[in-house]
Design a protein around this ligand. Structure first.
Ligand code: SF4
Ligand code: SF4
Length: 321
């Protein structure tokens, strides 16, 4: 019999988002959310979801009470996951309105910003799930009417949780459910002292998920090296000429698939649109089907030929087998 490990609570808040990250979470299969909740994996058992807009049983003011209790310490230790971007409520208040509420209690309306401010001193870890929560995403695109930002920018670059962690970004629009669970399971093991803090990249994305580009793991990359390109959707070759941004996007789906090892944009015939990157959906990612800059292909061609010349010259290096 395994020994019961200390409980870790999860509070999942939704700010300005489309619930796509929740849908992705619910589609995780390896392991599934149900596996985690029912303790199928002893290492990550005893994780309790105490608040999640979409899937929790309580409703109405009882939900808001959970958040107030969490701010008072009732659910320590808890991980705060945020889905969706954080608006500029100060700008909304100037017009007498608000952009994003989470709930009401005793006649008082709580915005997402207020709830995040209330919970941030207590959170053992803060996790931004999805590109809106990480970097602003779609709500921050173009003229950004609500002044939306990601959680990391909202809290400031010096923010640290009670475990001493910065905001951890699980980017993607949405990220695969299996990656979301993998990241939370890793944090649970960090909290229980079983794993070191995972390495993060310059945008606070765990490198075990976001260390490689889509292009580096793409099953079509061999066609590019051989010069065979798709000119129409449905062809099985490299989609660089159809606008694929895989060379610029750090993302696990080309390697891991989207659910249970299956799916993933270039794997199933659609171009990568770079949804895990901080400037998405603007900058080089807009419009989605625009081809990569010429210099990218020049660089790719040079490196490809350098690799082939190196391999040719290496034939003259003696080695023991
Ligand atoms: S389809 Fe996209 S990710 Fe795959 S090899 Fe071509 S450019 Fe790279
Ligand atoms: S392959 Fe590209 S578009 Fe697809 S999820 Fe990854 S970064 Fe986003």
């Amino acid at each position: 019999m395994t020994q019961k490990v200390d409980p870790i609570n999860l509070i999942w808040l939704q700010a300005q988002g489309c619930t796509g990250d929740t849908i992705a979470l619910l589609s995780a299969r390896d392991p599934s959310l149900v596996d985690v909740m029912t303790g199928v994996l002893p290492e990550v058992e005893n994780i309790n979801i105490v608040f999640h807009h979409t899937i929790m049983a309580p409703w109405g003011e009882d939900c808001m009470q959970i958040l107030l209790d969490a701010a008072a310490g009732k659910y320590d230790p808890f991980v705060l996951a945020v889905e969706g971007s954080i608006p500029d409520e100060a700008a909304a208040a100037k017009t007498g309105g608000y952009y994003c509420s989470v709930g009401e209690k005793d006649g008082k309306l709580y915005t997402a910003n207020e709830v995040i401010d209330m919970l941030k001193p207590k959170a053992a870890a803060m996790v931004a799930v999805g590109t809106c929560a990480c970097f602003g995403g779609f709500p921050a695109a173009g003229c950004n009417p609500t002044g939306a930002v990601g959680l990391m920018e909202y809290l400031g670059k010096n923010y640290k949780s009670t475990l001493g962690l910065p905001v951890i970004n699980i980017a993607g629009c949405p990220p695969p459910g299996d990656s979301i669970i993998e990241a939370f399971a890793t944090l649970a093991l960090v909290a229980r002292g079983a794993l070191p803090v995972p390495e993060l990249d310059e945008y606070n994305r765990p490198t075990f998920l976001y260390g490689a580009t889509v292009h580096e793991n793409c099953p079509r990359c061999g066609y590019l090296a051989g010069g065979t390109m798709s000119h129409h959707f449905g062809e099985p070759y490299c989609m660089g000429l159809l606008g694929c941004k895989g060379p610029h996007a750090h993302c696990p789906v080309a390697k891991n698939g989207f659910a249970e090892g299956y799916g993933g944009c270039p794997n199933v015939g659609t171009v990568c649109i770079g949804c895990t990157e901080p400037t998405f959906p603007d900058g080089i990612f807009s419009p989605f089907l625009k081809k990569n800059p010429v210099m990218f292909w020049v660089g790719e061609g040079v490196m490809d030929n350098v690799g082939k010349v190196k391999a040719t010259l290496h034939r003259f290096v003696k080695r023991k087998i």
